[in-house]
Design a protein around this ligand. Structure first.
Ligand SMILES: [Zn+2]
Length: 493
């Protein structure tokens, strides 16, 4: 359904407080085309500045004209488009950026500045508009960090040229982009000879997505395509291993100095390739067997295709990238320093600081009779995690020392076997707490979430956003994902 052929009455709030809402028709303000604004985002923990790189007009608009405003409130940034004459807010969308993660690291706190290339996509306006980007502070209050007046007739707004190297594969066609969630997978680290491997991977991850609820029951609201541009080399860059690969997106492990964190900083190439199709959400499939990935809300999701855990890594990271879900786990080697400030309610729909239990985000989903907060065996889980970490380190040191002393291979193997047996027992107990405790399947308020041991809570003992051994979302995450699909499908929120 084209916006130009449908009467779309949209209630758009006005920027000036006190002025009554006004009905605005999408087609009065926009054409069915996408305006892409590329910019550089520079700064450290204390300051940030945005500088325009270029503006491009590309393909049809993928978003739903019935839902031009983003009322979810997720993401640390918001792009907003205002009509110049009436000041009416015409379009908005929240998003996260690599920069926002960088600013929470130790170097950024020391004042080391870094520049990232980023893009925002908005529907192409008919008349000059004001584009504003707002960033949240530590208390999640918005501040304008960028204002730019854009005249769509300005000759600097160039059409994005197609690239003859790109091949497009459509693997799920449910209808015109306006009424669907349009998902695109971009190939990374596949050579020209590996086009068939990419196609097989594309079909595999389409199936994986569509077997998980709520995607499964909403398949008819989703379009999926893939874009293949060959890389010069096969694989991905792994700095700590000294492996440097020439790939189309220059993706790399050890993002933010975290071993398994995989991201790309080549946003310009990513957005150039993706411009071949209309898209709401962007995924990168990396041709590698190593464990890892990443997901930035409304920016992109990235994962390796050929690891034993790739399925859950993809679904977990896509939960961040598409639906703005937060990490429910709180152990591990992430490099953020106080990613969630104390006494501030997180933006994510599946995390809470429980500052006001009467306004709990998932209050209506709580399993009747469940106490708030909810006891789940945390003390035992935490002590097991600590003991497993200590035993793992002891095993590593002991084996190294025995090998150095020239101990026989059989004796070393016996030591390894003994310690592995102890680790296995502890891992089994951890698994029992998560999958077989008295609160299994309940929705409650469970302490330990968002890289934080105390003071942050999650909705279930276990969830795809908590553990890579869990293959389903908790009820709260499932509902949040369903709402996001519905947003793109034109359902009112
Ligand atoms: Zn969850």
């Amino acid at each position: 359904m084209k916006a130009t052929s449908t009467l779309l009455l949209l209630l758009v709030s006005l920027a000036h407080a006190g002025i009554a809402q006004q009905a605005v028709r999408f087609e009065d303000f926009f054409i069915d085309s996408t305006l892409r604004i590329d910019y550089y985002h520079t700064g450290d923990a204390r300051e940030e500045v945005l500088v325009v790189d270029r503006m491009l007009r590309q393909g049809p608009w993928a978003g739903n004209p019935r839902n031009p405003l983003d009322s979810f409130g997720y993401g640390h940034y918001y792009v907003k488009v205002y009509d110049l004459s009436s000041e009416a807010l015409l379009y908005s969308r929240g998003y996260d950026a690599y920069f926002d993660e960088y600013r929470t690291t130790e170097p950024a706190r020391r004042g080391v500045k870094k520049t990232f290339h980023e893009s925002v996509l908005v529907p192409c306006p008919k008349k000059p508009v004001r584009v504003v980007i707002e960033a949240r502070d530590a208390k999640n209050q918005f501040h304008t960090i960028f204002t730019h007046q854009i005249d769509p007739s300005d000759y600097h707004v160039m059409a994005a040229p197609p690239d003859p190297r790109d091949r497009i594969f459509v693997v799920l066609d449910s209808g015109v982009p306006h009424d669907k969630l349009d998902l695109v997978f971009v190939a990374e680290g596949y050579t020209a000879e590996e086009a068939d491997t990419f196609k097989a991977d594309l079909e595999k991850y389409r199936e994986i997505l569509l077997t998980l609820e709520p995607y499964k029951s909403r398949e008819r609201q989703i379009n999926i395509s893939g874009i293949f541009r060959p890389s010069a080399q096969s694989g991905v860059t792994q700095p700590r291993e000294g492996i440097s690969m020439n790939t189309v997106l220059s993706s790399s492990f050890n993002a933010l100095d975290t071993d398994r964190y995989l991201l790309t900083e080549d946003n310009r190439s990513l957005r150039d390739i993706a411009s071949a199709v209309p898209y709401d959400v962007l995924c990168i499939i990396v041709n590698s067997t190593r464990y890892g990935g990443g997901g930035l809300y409304n920016d992109y999701t990235i994962f390796t295709a050929h690891n034993a855990f790739s399925q859950t890594v993809f679904l977990h990271e896509f939960g961040h990238g598409f639906a703005g879900l937060g990490d429910e786990y709180y152990t591990g080697d992430v490099s953020y320093v106080d990613f969630y400030p104390r006494n501030v309610e997180p933006l994510e729909p599946n995390l809470t600081a429980l500052l006001d239990p009467s306004r709990l985000k998932w209050k209506d989903l709580i399993t009747p009779g469940t106490p708030i907060p909810t006891e789940w065996g945390k003390a035992e889980y935490d002590s097991l995690q600590k003991a497993m970490g200590a035993l793992g380190r002891k095993r590593h040191e002991l084996v190294a020392s025995l090998e150095k002393q020239g101990t026989s291979r059989d004796s070393v193997a016996a030591v390894k076997k003994e310690m592995d047996g102890q680790l296995k027992v502890m891992r089994q107990r951890v698994s029992d707490i998560l999958t077989d405790g008295p609160q299994k399947g309940s929705v409650g308020v469970f302490e330990g979430a968002g890289y934080t041991m105390q003071g942050l809570y999650r909705p279930a003992v276990n969830c795809l956003m908590f553990s890579n051994e869990q293959k389903a979302f908790c009820k709260v995450c499932e509902r949040a994902v369903a709402r996001m699909i519905g947003h793109f499908a034109g359902e009112s929120q």
